[in-house]
Ligand binder design. Structure first.
Ligand SMILES: Cc1ncc(COP(=O)(O)O)c(C=O)c1O
Length: 390
């Protein structure tokens, strides 16, 4: 077995270099807790970047994976499979009304790529409107809809036809959507861009504009989906009925999977216009069925809503001149500081809490939705300890 120093040395030697590494070797997780190679315990508010909604090593999913692995791991979508059929049935039951056809893939960016292609295909138009501070992934199409210059500039020229407008400003969207617009893509709560909740009137207004002007409304729920914001999908907060919805991250309990949920305005998609080798393999589908069942049986969206309120209230009660704002929805929470959050996140990790950034100044908390109340309280206490009181 490798010791922690050997593990770090090997990763440092062979890693591509694109990841800023945190000096922790994780070996085990259970629920909302993680352990490193020295046996130190952490409360996880990263969830593998929003993946572990049902908690680490969830027995329902580990059993489903083990059982399916012994039966059949791969089965291309050109053939039929029971686990895929069951997943489709389940997704159709929990999705916003009308989204009852699915394309499965392996990640959020792939789901966004496919949704953008389907929108162009369905409308015969090319223009895509995205929002400032929006994040949709790092592949060329998804990156073209992603706002952050730092992510984009080195790789230009990107896909043509993308335009950005300010988030939560309907009048700017009204000017941008026209009869050449294939789609508008938005996050219901912007994640990477700082945890910025979308306003209900704005989002419903964007949807109405799309319907009026023949464009498709794409909701990117890669980060917000599956209970994260206190509803199964964030669209439910505002009664949204997107034409296309992208999901990934937590859909299959940690096994890589993404999906495009397709509504009636997309119309028929002809054979062979899109494809995916691994998408919807029985292993991922079995994991997703088990994960979604667990979310429903344990009412995780409700738990996320309740614990989210508790955590936001706790964080708001912290008195520190460094805090600009505490905001969020469910267990998707940001503490925006007046300066870089990096040193405070490092100190939090020292104290046994792992959290994320979301832009330079934000501490972002995405704990597993199974987190115990006691651990929520500890997280709030530790944040109070690392932020200066005067
Ligand atoms: C809203 C949103 N869309 C798309 C993506 C890209 O997902 P992936 O990293 O699985 O490609 C992310 C990832 O953070 C995301 O938050």
């Amino acid at each position: 077995m490798l010791n922690p120093d050997e593990i770090k040395a090997l990763e440092n030697e062979h890693e591509s270099g694109v990841y800023g590494k945190i000096d922790i070797v994780l070996v085990r997780g259970e629920g909302a807790r993680l352990w490193d190679a020295d046996g130190k315990m952490y409360i996880d508010c990263m969830s593998g970047h929003g993946v572990a909604n049902i908690g680490h090593a969830n027995p329902a999913v580990t059993q489903a994976i083990a059982q399916q692995a012994q039966q059949l791991i791969t089965c291309h979508s050109a053939l039929y499979n029971e686990q895929r059929a069951l997943l489709m049935q389940k997704l159709a039951q929990i999705a916003p009304p009308g989204l009852d056809r699915f394309f499965f893939c392996n990640s959020g960016a792939e789901a966004v790529e496919g949704a953008l292609k389907f929108a162009r295909l369905a409308t015969g138009r090319t223009k895509i409107i995205a929002t400032m501070r929006g994040f949709h992934g790092r592949t060329f199409g998804a990156l073209s809809a992603t706002w952050n210059k730092e992510y984009r500039q080195l790789f230009e020229p990107l896909v043509p036809g993308f335009e950005f407008v300010p988030y939560n400003k309907l009048e700017r969207m009204e000017k941008a959507v026209d009869d050449e617009t294939a789609a508008v893509i938005v996050e219901v709560v912007q994640g990477e861009g700082g945890v910025n909740p979308g306003d209900g009137d704005y989002l419903r207004g964007v949807q109405a504009l799309c319907q009026e002007r023949g464009a498709l409304f794409i909701a990117d729920e890669v980060q917000t989906g599956f209970g994260r914001t206190g509803k199964m999908f964030a669209c439910e907060h505002h009664d949204l009925r997107p034409d296309l919805m992208t999901v990934a991250k937590s859909i299959a309990g940690g096994v890589p999977m993404g999906a495009i949920l397709i509504g009636p305005r997309v119309g028929e998609l002809p054979p062979r216009v899109h494809n995916n080798t691994f998408g919807a393999n029985p292993l991922c589908c079995a994991a997703a069925v088990a994960a979604i069942d667990f979310m429903l049986e344990n009412n995780l969206p409700q738990r996320s809503a309740e614990l989210g309120v508790r955590m936001i209230d706790g964080l708001k009660a912290i008195e520190s001149p460094l805090i600009r704002e505490v905001r969020g929805l469910g267990l998707m929470i940001a503490v925006e500081l007046k300066q870089s959050s990096a040193p405070y996140l490092a100190e939090l990790a020292e104290k046994g809490v792992l959290a994320l950034t979301a832009g330079r100044n934000v501490m972002r908390f995405l704990p597993p939705l199974v987190i115990e109340e006691e651990d929520v309280n500890t997280v709030v206490e530790k944040v109070a300890e690392v932020l200066p009181a005067d």
